[in-house]
Design a protein around this ligand. Structure first.
Ligand SMILES: [Zn+2]
Length: 379
């Protein structure tokens, strides 16, 4: 197995970075016209900026507004819009579903793709992966494309104005990166591109974790005040770039598989990807028999920024034994990333680890009080 490391060609981040969209495309010698794929809310806020920036750089702009999920039908609509306008480059500007749909359309058309996340809630923007849903919101396919975005452009002022809960969820997704990378490396399992992980990917995953520990709380305070500070910039980079490169080039393991298992429980549906992944990290640590000091460190971080640490924290206060068994069974289906752990994982082990993670979270809560966390899922 060869070692493979994948990344976007260029990553640009900073306050008002969206104003340089046109200049960035010109720097990369990309040919227009430009199709901006977006949704209602980012369009309302940013269309004048896109228009001014692209026009100044000599690009014609077309806008396609996505409604709802990233479905095969939506991808086909974007392909049709881009074809009708003869677009040379496709920009996805919005949340994960917008970016995933635009990315899939760009790959079908063999056009360069530019990713402009307007929230920092997951590590998807830098990746070459699109998650495709049914109209009912069920995952139907995960497309692993051959190419990463040619540019990822992140406007930190736009991120600072987004709801705080989304940034915190992004920290939950980023929290998993190092632990899953370490598991894959220990087991010598392939990353998401089918290659061995590199030491570089592991180092980025470790920097991701250290950044969360160093800057997570300060970034949360900055986001609450809608201020762009160095700590917030560091966390945007951790959530978007470090976690993105880390998960794609080092691999996923138990935490994301436990997340996928938890989606079986209806109570978790009001919770965000990164919130469920954070609890998945705590389950992975129990599964691996991690040092209690490390478990304590991770729980303390989660509670300091308002990530869930108990089943109650993800809407499963009264999870029945039968549903718990179903969650565990889903987490260990063939092909799941949980099998990248360096030991065999069974549903029984997952049930025990979920119980142990919940108990550890509750014990911490009763020792240290309810903490500073966010009220959710109201935010
Ligand atoms: Zn994730």
């Amino acid at each position: 197995m060869h070692a493979i490391f994948c990344a976007p060609s260029r990553y640009t981040q900073g306050p008002d970075a969206m104003q340089s969209l046109g200049a960035e495309l010109a720097t990369l010698r990309l040919a227009g016209p430009v199709l901006v794929v977006t949704s209602r809310s980012p369009r309302a806020r940013l269309e004048p900026t896109w228009h001014a920036s692209l026009t100044a750089a000599g690009y014609a702009m077309h806008v396609h507004e996505v409604v709802g999920e990233c479905t095969h039908a939506e991808i086909a609509r974007i392909v049709a819009a881009a074809t009708a306008a003869g677009c040379g480059v496709i920009v996805g500007a919005g949340g994960g579903k917008v970016i995933d749909a635009a990315r899939a359309a760009a790959v079908q058309l063999q056009r360069p793709f530019v990713s402009c996340p307007t929230i920092a809630s997951t590590d998807a923007p830098c990746s070459a992966i699109s998650v495709v849903y049914s109209e009912a919101g069920v995952v139907v396919e995960i497309l692993v494309h051959p190419v990463n975005p040619v540019l990822v452009l992140v406007d930190s002022r736009v991120i600072a104005e987004a709801p705080v809960r989304l940034l915190v969820a992004g920290m939950g997704d980023a929290l998993s990166t190092m632990f899953e990378a370490r598991a894959c490396m220990a087991a010598n399992k392939p990353n998401t591109r089918g290659g061995a992980g590199t030491r570089s990917a592991l180092a980025l995953a470790e920097l991701c974790y250290r950044t969360l520990q160093a800057d997570g709380v300060a970034a949360l305070q900055a986001a609450r005040a809608h201020e762009v500070t160095p700590a917030l910039e560091h966390i945007i980079e951790a959530n978007t770039l470090l976690s993105g490169l880390g998960f794609e080039s080092a691999g996923l393991a138990a935490a994301h598989a436990v997340h996928n298992g938890l989606t079986v429980a209806p109570g978790t549906h009001d919770f965000l990807h990164g919130e469920k992944v954070a609890f998945g990290v705590l389950v992975q640590l129990q599964l691996e028999g991690a040092d209690p000091a490390l478990v304590h460190e991770v729980i303390t971080f989660c509670r300091a920024v308002g990530l869930p640490t108990t089943l109650a924290g993800i809407g499963c206060a009264d999870l029945s034994e039968a549903l718990l068994q179903q969650v565990a069974a889903r987490a260990v289906i063939a092909g799941e990333s949980i099998h990248n752990e360096p030991f065999p994982v069974t549903a029984d082990l997952v049930v025990a680890a979920i119980r142990a993670a919940d108990a550890a979270g509750r014990a911490h809560e009763s020792h240290h009080g309810r903490g500073e966390g966010l009220d959710r899922p109201s935010q």
